[in-house]
Design a protein around this ligand. Structure first.
Ligand code: ARG
Length: 565
């Protein structure tokens, strides 16, 4: 693809390097002001002139050619008009040539990124609150992979803690293996909730739970075995959802994996004089950084969430030598991450700066938010099932003869759910509504999938008439709708990088929505299927490129594109 920013930068005779000039050039939002703009404000001091004067001077010195056809000085800006048909063709050529690889890059070659996401808790149901970490983490996984990184997806299982002692007591008292095998985590949850109710009047239960927890820690056979059973039941359920959501992990090393890996880091922190005693507990004081102390060892000698995260970060650095380690976890845990990142920094680990907490807001359903302990959670599986069955209804109504309706409904329902967590800036709290996420005309995944399928059907309709021997008549692409669309297609590779480096998949989803809307405007204004094969072939290139980018973008969000809809 022609690099217009570079071409333009080479034409500007200002006291800045070409790279600096290039970085200042931006795409214009409004075509009537040209295609690229260069602000002259930064040059005012050095050139001892007002920006307006600089713009006029620089404009008069620009050499126009076949790529840059016009330049205007407006209010301290240089506005450049490029050869628009050449631009359009250059984008289309690039997308056609690269196909599904369009948007990929090599910036990450030789580098590793660890992404800690989804990170489920054993014995707890997988509920709507886990949607964002799963969707955002999975999309980041795909984005970094596209940029050439070696990516390690880590599910840092919540598989350690005193609650497992309670779980064993509850299990033994109120249920059995066969029932749990049949009903799954739901049954574990039921007795766990019951434990908390009964505990109030029966303190001996609390004591028993403590004893069972000690037995787990000591590696007692029965305790271990029961715990493994709980783990198996929980993972079977989440794996099923991961499969439907197209989500992958390379490691399931969770909290318990670090049981025997905390002594060394703790000793090191002691040796560095970072640990102080506080009411029998061992903490790292973080007063100087305006944070409460980071608690690492309780007075009874047991470790904490932060202790395990410190051990895990050190282990991951050794094991994977990551360039960056991302933690896709809700903003409620902001303090936890700030604290343990700081402890690692104080311990002198230079790579502590490469740990990133990718925080996001809450998802709630219209009905209101939920709490696991009370047991009134909304399961992610139920949300997906409902989205899929509603999709099936809509598809059956819109296109009753569609083959593979069930499969398409699964792709659409799952896509709609994933997209709801990826469409907005991740830090925003969102309310999930089925009607909104499944609106085929709204800013939704089904709308994107539908537009991509429309591209397929146009190509199919053209069929035989798409006689490749007839050269496309590109003149029919010389109009504002096509230009607008092709500019958006041309912006895709940068959006992929921005989304990855800003940890913000919504940059890709927003661009895809813009592309779909621009395509639909193009489609209304310009008849694609036509008796004039030369014209049709030119427009089909636009259609094909749009389909390619939409499908690729959706794939980077973890969403499949049905062939037909
Ligand atoms: N299991 C934790 C939770 O549900 C999230 C773990 C995130 N990862 C980490 N390394 N702390 O809150």
């Amino acid at each position: 693809m022609l690099n217009y920013k570079q071409i333009i930068a080479n034409k500007i005779k200002a006291p800045l390097s070409t790279a600096e000039l290039e970085s200042l050039i931006t795409e214009t939002a409004d075509d009537s002001f040209g295609d690229y703009a260069f602000p002259c404000f930064k040059l005012a001091r050095e050139m001892r002139m007002s920006p307006v004067q600089i713009a006029e001077k620089l404009a008069s010195e620009i050499q126009l050619d076949e790529h840059v056809v016009k330049v205007e000085a407006v209010n301290g800006y240089l506005n450049f008009f490029v050869n628009r048909l050449e631009y359009t063709k250059s984008v289309l050529d690039e997308v056609t040539k690269k196909g599904v690889k369009y948007g990929n890059d090599t910036v990450g070659n030789g580098k590793t990124v660890c992404i800690d996401y989804s990170s489920v808790n054993i014995c707890k149901s997988f509920h709507i609150g886990h949607l964002s970490t799963t969707a955002i983490g999975s999309s980041l996984y795909k984005l970094y992979t596209a940029l050439g990184y070696n990516v390690v997806g880590i599910n840092h299982l919540g598989d350690y803690g005193t609650q497992f002692g309670k779980m064993i007591v509850a299990f033994k008292l109120w249920t059995d293996r066969a029932t749990v095998e049949k009903l799954g985590v739901q049954e574990l949850q039921r007795v766990y909730v019951k434990f908390h109710q009964e505990e109030v009047d029966h303190p001996e239960l609390t004591e028993q739970a403590r004893e069972w927890f000690v037995r787990i820690e000591k590696g007692d056979k029965e305790a271990q075995e029961l715990f493994e059973f709980f783990k198996k039941i929980t993972l079977a359920e989440v794996m099923d959802i991961y499969k439907r959501l197209n989500v992958k992990f390379d490691s399931f090393n969770g909290e318990s994996f670090f049981n025997d890996k905390m002594d060394k880091p703790l000793q090191m922190l002691r040796d560095k004089g970072l640990i102080t005693e506080s009411q029998g507990a061992q903490v790292v004081d973080l007063k100087d950084y305006n944070m409460p102390p980071c608690l690492l060892v309780k007075s009874d000698g047991s470790s904490l969430y932060a202790t395990r995260d410190i051990a895990a970060a050190i282990w991951r650095k050794q094991e994977y030598d990551f360039d960056k380690c991302l933690y896709v976890v809700a903003y409620q845990q902001n303090l936890h991450f700030k604290q343990f990142f700081k402890v690692l920094e104080l311990a002198g680990f230079e790579w502590a700066k490469d740990l990133v907490h990718v925080a996001f807001g809450m998802v709630s359903l219209e009905e209101g938010s939920m709490s696991t302990r009370k047991g009134n959670v909304v399961l992610l599986r139920d949300v997906i099932d409902k989205a899929v069955s509603k999709s099936l209804e809509i598809i059956t109504e819109k296109n009753p003869n569609l083959p593979n309706k069930e499969k398409v409904a699964e792709q659409v329902g799952v896509g709609a759910v994933l997209f709801s967590a990826l469409e907005n800036s991740k830090i925003k709290d969102i309310t999930f509504t089925f009607d909104r996420v499944l609106n085929f005309d709204g800013e939704t995944a089904p709308y994107l999938q539908y537009t991509a399928a429309r591209c397929n059907s146009l190509i199919e309709k053209a069929g035989q008439s798409r006689n490749c021997k007839i050269a496309p008549d590109f003149e029919v692409l010389n109009n504002s709708e096509t230009l607008r669309l092709c500019k958006l297609l041309g912006a895709f590779p940068q959006a992929v990088k921005d989304a990855a480096f800003k940890y913000e998949p919504s940059i890709v989803s927003a661009l895809l929505i813009d592309i779909a809307q621009a395509f639909n405007r193009f489609y209304i204004e310009h008849r694609v299927i036509s008796d004039n094969v030369a014209e049709q072939n030119a427009r089909l290139q636009v259609v094909e490129a749009t389909g390619t980018v939409l499908k690729k973008g959706l794939a980077l969000l973890g969403i499949e594109s049905p062939e037909k809809m």
